[in-house]
Design a binder for this molecule. Structure first.
Ligand code: 1HE
Length: 267
C-alpha cells in the first residue's frame, strides 16, 4: 500500500479516519486558500496516491471562512509568466483535478464562503458539493483580465450550462443559496456545517464496495467523453467486472434472504 504522509504537505492537512474516510483540508486561510503552484502540486500528489493508499472517500474541506479564492493572483503577478509558463501551470491544474475526478475515490467538497475562479474549478472536480449559508460562487476572471485555466470551460458548463457560465465570467454574477443549488452548482444546502454533512455523505459512500465506487467515480466521467455507442460498450464491460465481484455476493445474498434494507421513500 502506498502511504501518503501528512508531512509531505505545506498547504494541505490530511487526516485519515478509521473507516477509510480521509479529510483533506486546504490550509492557507490567510490567503483565503488561493491556489499557488505548490498547493496544486500537493493536490496532484495526494489525489494520485489516494486511490491506492486506502482512501475510501475523501472530504475536501478548507480552513478559515472561505473555501478557495482561486488562482494565487499575487504569485501570478510576481512570476510575470510567459504564455508557455502559464500553459504548463494550467496543465498541472488539470493533472490535479483530473486525478480527483477520474481517480475512482468519491470526493465530497465541503463549501463555505467564496468558491470563486479556480476555487470553483476545484470544487467542480469533486463528485458531490455541499454548500452552507455562507457559500457563494463566482467566476471573477473577466474582471481580473484573465480567463479560466483549470477546467471551468468543461466542468462548470457541465454543471450549469454554457450561457450561465459565460454570464458569470462576463458580468461577475454571483450565485448563492437555493438558486445555486437549483442551478446545479452544489447538490446540498445545509443550515449548519457543510463539513459535518460532507463527512456524513463520505461515510455513507465509504460503506460501498471500493470497486463499485471506482466505477461510479471514474467510469461515469470517462463515458461522458465517449460517443453513446462507445459509452454503452464501456458500461457493459465495467458492469461485467463490477457486478460479478465476489465481494458483492454477500450483499446479493442478504437481499435474497430478505435481511438487506429495502429502498423506501424519505419519511
Ligand atoms: C489572495 C487571493 C488570491 C485573497 N490570490 N492572494 N480569484 C479572485 O479574483 C478572488 C480574489 N479574492 C477575493 O476576491 C477576496 O480575497 C475574497 C472574497 C476571496 C476574500 O475576501 P476577504 O476580504 O476575506 O480577504 P482579502 O482581504 O481580500 O484577502 C486576504 C488575504 O488573502 C490578502 O493577503 P494579505 O497578505 O494582504 O493579507 C489577499 O491578498 C489574499 N488573497 N485571494 C492571492 N486569489 C487556472 S486559472 C484560474 C483563474 C482564477 O482563479 S481568477 C480568479 C482569482
Amino acid at each position: 500500500m502506498i502511504s501518503v504522509r501528512n508531512d509531505d504537505f505545506e498547504n494541505l492537512e490530511l487526516e485519515k479516519e478509521e473507516d477509510g474516510v480521509w479529510i483533506v483540508t486546504l490550509n492557507r486561510p490567510n490567503k483565503r486558500n488561493a491556489l499557488n503552484l505548490e498547493t496544486i502540486e500537493e493536490l496532484v500528489t495526494l489525489f494520485s496516491n489516494a486511490p491506492r493508499a486506502g482512501a475510501q472517500a475523501i472530504v475536501l474541506a478548507a480552513s478559515g471562512d472561505h473555501f478557495c479564492a482561486g488562482l494565487d493572483l499575487v504569485e501570478h503577478h510576481d512570476e510575470d509568466r510567459s504564455p508557455a509558463d502559464f500553459m504548463h501551470v494550467c496543465l498541472r491544474w488539470h493533472e490535479a483535478f483530473n486525478k480527483m475526478e477520474y481517480g475512482g475515490v468519491p470526493v465530497i467538497a465541503a463549501l463555505k464562503g467564496a468558491v470563486v475562479g479556480g476555487g470553483l474549478e476545484l470544487a467542480s472536480a469533486a463528485h458531490i458539493r455541499v454548500a452552507d449559508e455562507t457559500t457563494y460562487f463566482a467566476l471573477p476572471e473577466g474582471q481580473r483580465g484573465l480567463f479560466t485555466g483549470g477546467g471551468a470551460t468543461i466542468r462548470v458548463t457541465d454543471l450549469i450550462g454554457k450561457a450561465r457560465m459565460i454570464d458569470m465570467m462576463l458580468t461577475g454574477r454571483v450565485y448563492q443559496g437555493q438558486e445555486a443549488i437549483d442551478l446545479g452548482l452544489a447538490q446540498y444546502l445545509v443550515g449548519g456545517s457543510s463539513f459535518d454533512k460532507a463527512v456524513e455523505l463520505a461515510r455513507r459512500a465509504a460503506a460501498n464496495l471500493p470497486l463499485t465506487n471506482f466505477a461510479i467515480c471514474s467510469a461515469v466521467s470517462h463515458m461522458q467523453n465517449m460517443s453513446a455507442l462507445d459509452a454503452a460498450y464501456a458500461e457493459a464491460v465495467v458492469a461485467g467486472v463490477v457486478n460479478t465481484q465476489p465481494d458483492a455476493r454477500a450483499r446479493l445474498a442478504a437481499f435474497a434472504d430478505k435481511t438487506a434494507a429495502r429502498v423506501r421513500p424519505n419519511s
